[in-house]
Design a protein around this ligand. Sequence first.
Ligand SMILES: Nc1nc2c(ncn2[C@@H]2O[C@H](COP(=O)(O)OP(=O)(O)OP(=O)(O)O)[C@@H](O)[C@H]2O)c(=O)[nH]1
Ligand SMILES: [Mg+2]
Length: 359
Amino acid sequence: MVVILILSPSRLINYRLGFFFKIWFMDFIDEAKIIVNSGDGGKGCVSFRREKFIPRGGPDGGDGGNGGDVVFIAKTAKNTLLDFRYKRKFVAKNGENGRGKQQSGKAAQNFVIPVPIGTLIKDLDTGEILVDMVTPEQYFVVAKGGMGGRGNQHFATSTNRAPRYAQPGTPGEERNLLLELKLLADIGLIGLPNVGKSTIISRISAAHPKIADYPFTTLIPNLGVVKCDDHEPFVVADVPGLIEGAHKGAGLGIRFLKHVERTKILVHCLDIMGLKKPDFLYNFKLINNELEKFSPALAQRRQIMVINKMDLIKKEEFDPDLEKILQTLKMPVCKISAITGAGIKELKYTMVRMLDNKE
Ligand SMILES: Nc1nc2c(ncn2[C@@H]2O[C@H](COP(=O)(O)OP(=O)(O)OP(=O)(O)O)[C@@H](O)[C@H]2O)c(=O)[nH]1
Ligand SMILES: [Mg+2]
């Protein structure tokens, strides 16, 4: 039976878009389970010197080479754990065996695995955090290669001049690991979808995230470096929007919140058009509630409230009751328009003051 699928052009485009969307979305991998295996040490050799006119030449078995270590190195050029999606097992080579004539086997090269900055490496079997790869070029040996065995030349004694024994070399180790990427940023932008988070990061940094007038435009976190006068540049992360029930998986869920877990400050973005009577701060509380469900520690993080899209109302239309409520809040409030740029400079200064603990 032949089934003919007739798709309207718009449907076809949607399918194709969905496909590309999926691939792009899947490319940001922030968790991976892998197995690493360091190399075994090479065997020491049992051998005796055999040369013309030299009767009973002594033992001359060389040592085995050490097995290769498995090491991680933190690289700024890497942004995701994509490399680990298909390749799960990383095995370092064994050391070479020793040979006669006192020849040692070659030590194996280390197996070096590059990971993005911010990768947390855990032992899957014990749950122990082994290392947090936070500085560029940080180097960590996760599985030590086995030691090469010593050849019989080392075991000759006055009572046993011809030892028929050499060490076998110790085995490498196997470890099950969990790699978890948690981006490193000083400030995180959070809020409902469509409130203008990506527009804000594109205004304050050189980042060019996708911006569009529909929810969930941002599917993966964006990082931007913000420069403000003479202050040391700082990193801001824009994460996909949260919605009510995100902790139960609604929308894109709360899994991306881990990328703002290491921030010092959260910029809580609101759309002025969403601040409505009777409960002006309904959306604000909703997001804070989702934060609390994800991590009470993150919910305690200092926040800057940003009321965006101020260009959509006239100054005198700003509700005085809302103004009163804002004044009772124990956090800085910045009214801005990411589109016109109004208030952006003040927002940057507020960020700097908060980072310097001056507010
Ligand atoms: N009028 C007005 N529109 C804005 C402003 N800032 C952003 N927008 C618009 O709001 C829409 C959403 O902006 P985004 O920056 O994509 O919003 P987002 O919060 O990153 O959205 P998600 O990625 O879906 O969570 C876009 O159409 C923007 O052009 C603003 O200050 N004023
Ligand atoms: Mg966005």
